[in-house]
Design a protein around this ligand. Sequence first.
Ligand code: HEM
Length: 360
Amino acid sequence: MNPFFPVNLPAPTAVYLALLILTWAMHYVLVSTVVAGSAYLALNEIFRRGDRALADPIARICRDWMPAALGVAITAGVAPLLVAQVIYQIESYTAHLLLWRRAALVLPALIAAFYLFYLQKSERFKSLNRAARVGVAVVAFLCVAGVGRFWAQVHVLTLSSAESLSLNLDAASFLDRTALVRFAVFGAATVLPWSAIVRAKLGPQLLSNTETAANHRCLFWIMCLGWAGVALIFAGASAWLRNEPQLFQALTSRASGPCLAASAAGMLIFPLTLRRGRTRKSERLCCSIQVVAVILLAVGLAGLRESVRAEFVLRPELLSRHAELAQKGGWAVFAVFAAVNAACILAAIQIARSQRERQE
Ligand code: HEM
């Protein structure tokens, strides 16, 4: 038998788990742009005054992206939501979520975040006084952070018992320490994907004048901080896990090896390209390498996260249920729609790109 996670499991379960890992990694990279981006906007308004806050190029990019990034991050959450249900058989279909008070709050929080992000993008925002601008940016961040905190709670509950999710979601304390720590950990890990994406966007501009060179310095320190944050998380987790033998074994088993290797490779490659390239071409190369490092890290983390959950809650009856579901067909329809969706996304990106080029 192949020893690697998730291919060490029966084929139907392995396919569903692989889908969950890939789609969640995608959701996570996109969510990172929203969480870390809105945190940057809030800090920018708090610590910079007047025109300096408005003129900051990193903040300008974030303001410009935020509504679209939030939309894409939310949409990318649907795929792992559906696949997680198939794997763990939890009752968390999107409409079902509305039955729980805590989950129902996610909707108004996301709607408020959308409007506040659009407001930050508008001309009107520039005419607001400082306190109002700080308020708008901070509340927008709190709305998305609250949603992230909610998903951390969901994950913690599925670890204890997937079946009791609906019973426990409303009963769980908002100050539940495990979920708070979990969200703090995942929140800290959002800095790397966000900063790599911002750098790729600012990339060639960074070489053009002294103002953007200062921004690169700022981004450089943010990246160092983000990297150190993730390194600390790994170090802290490995120290803490020594008291949790079952978890430690799940994470360090041979099966989890490729996931650990992918995250370690991402962590090792990322700092190699921190420095600004001397030419446009080398700067572009650094940005691309960093994006690859982020993808490796995200997929590795997603695999580790899932290998822990599989260790706790993947019971034999679930494996036979997956085999049963895989017999029901639908794979061809799934493949066709996945291809159609991918083509639509690529076409939309292409249209947006060519319109922007025309405007410029
Ligand atoms: C801005 C909004 C959002 C943020 C900041 C966010 C953030 C997060 C974070 C931090 C996690 C990891 C939780 C953990 O492992 O502890 C997560 C997981 C997840 N998110 Fe999101 N999320 C957002 C919106 C959504 C939406 C709208 C959906 C559904 C349509 C969604 C679906 C999921 C799913 C299915 C998981 C995996 C849960 C699990 O493994 O138990 N997310 N999200």
